[in-house]
Write a protein that binds this ligand. Sequence first.
Ligand SMILES: Cc1ncc(COP(=O)(O)O)c(C=O)c1O
Length: 381
Amino acid sequence: MSLFLDNAATSFPKPESVYRAMDAAMREVGVAPGRGGYRQSLAAARIVYEARSALARFFGVRDSSRLIFTHSATESINIALNGLLKPGDHVVSTSVEHNALLRPLHLMRTRGVQVTFVQADHFGVVSEREMAKAIRPGTRLVAMAHCSNVTGVVQPIAETARLAREAGALFLVDAAQSAGFLPVDVGAIGIDLLAAPGHKGLFGPPGTGILTVAEGLRLEPLLVGGTGGNASSPEQPEEMPERLESGTINTPAIAGLKAGLEFIETTGLETIRKKEKALVDQLLVGLRAMPGIQVFGPPHGERGAAVSFNAAGHDPAALGYLLDTGYDIAVRSGLHCAPDVHRTIGSYPAGTVRVSPGYFNAEGEIEFFLKALREILAGKR
Ligand SMILES: Cc1ncc(COP(=O)(O)O)c(C=O)c1O
């Protein structure tokens, strides 16, 4: 039996109810939502509406029309940055961002947007003080990840939201690693733009994501086209969510995402977090007890469910290969699409081995992984 420890990329497996919901939506509904007035299309529209409402509630978004469906956190970030930024705008971000934010910011730079990257410390932690120094009057946007996909570091987003607000800047959070793991309340924290994948902690299928857009904030759409409403006008509608949601929505995928969220709500976010935290703690204790292992991230404090390490004298890619071929264990090695994190924590260019357990992993599986690693390091494989 293969052991999947790459949940930071995409959670696997999904709850049974997700598979069932997708199958049912595909067979029984399976049409474009809201495009036709007939019952089947209305049923599809109801699934999308209920999913939107449930996600809005979950993330503390008062008006569910301010939550749009996308294909990924990456797409959400692109819609936000392209829709908001103009040449001359100033953005503050950090030295520990995923390419999903880093590359769109880089592109924005080539279009005349100024970006200040705040340096995190060597654990990958961003300090509120450094953020405060970089944010200036007139800063248009502060954009950062809530939780790192490499180190698991949880960044101070509530404090940064306050700094942004005081400076009159908007605040974008990449919640790719925290959505479905940590509570994220957009309204209470003061997040103007929240980008989250549906396919990681929310247990939806690949190809799902969301973006929340604060009330009163008008974004230029990245994509224009059919929305199911205002068909006679050549202009993209002003109303949300249609303004930012062109093209036929993937109803079966949204049905799966809705079932994923229902699973979280019936299980309890706290229960999920406790279980994943216990697995992460078990990993940390086991890894730290092995000679020659360097575990990245801070020694104490809150962590997400991604643990990165390196073993002296071993290439991370070779370790990943041996775990896969020798033990059928799926971990990820390399840069994890976040080269600047490695430049910050000192693991560039080889990267790290990343182990990311999920809710469906068991203690015995972490033990199996640790035993496999010990054997590899002892040269038994
Ligand atoms: C911190 C972070 N941001 C963004 C992303 C991109 O998410 P998606 O694959 O949904 O585009 C990831 C995915 O690994 C991530 O870990």
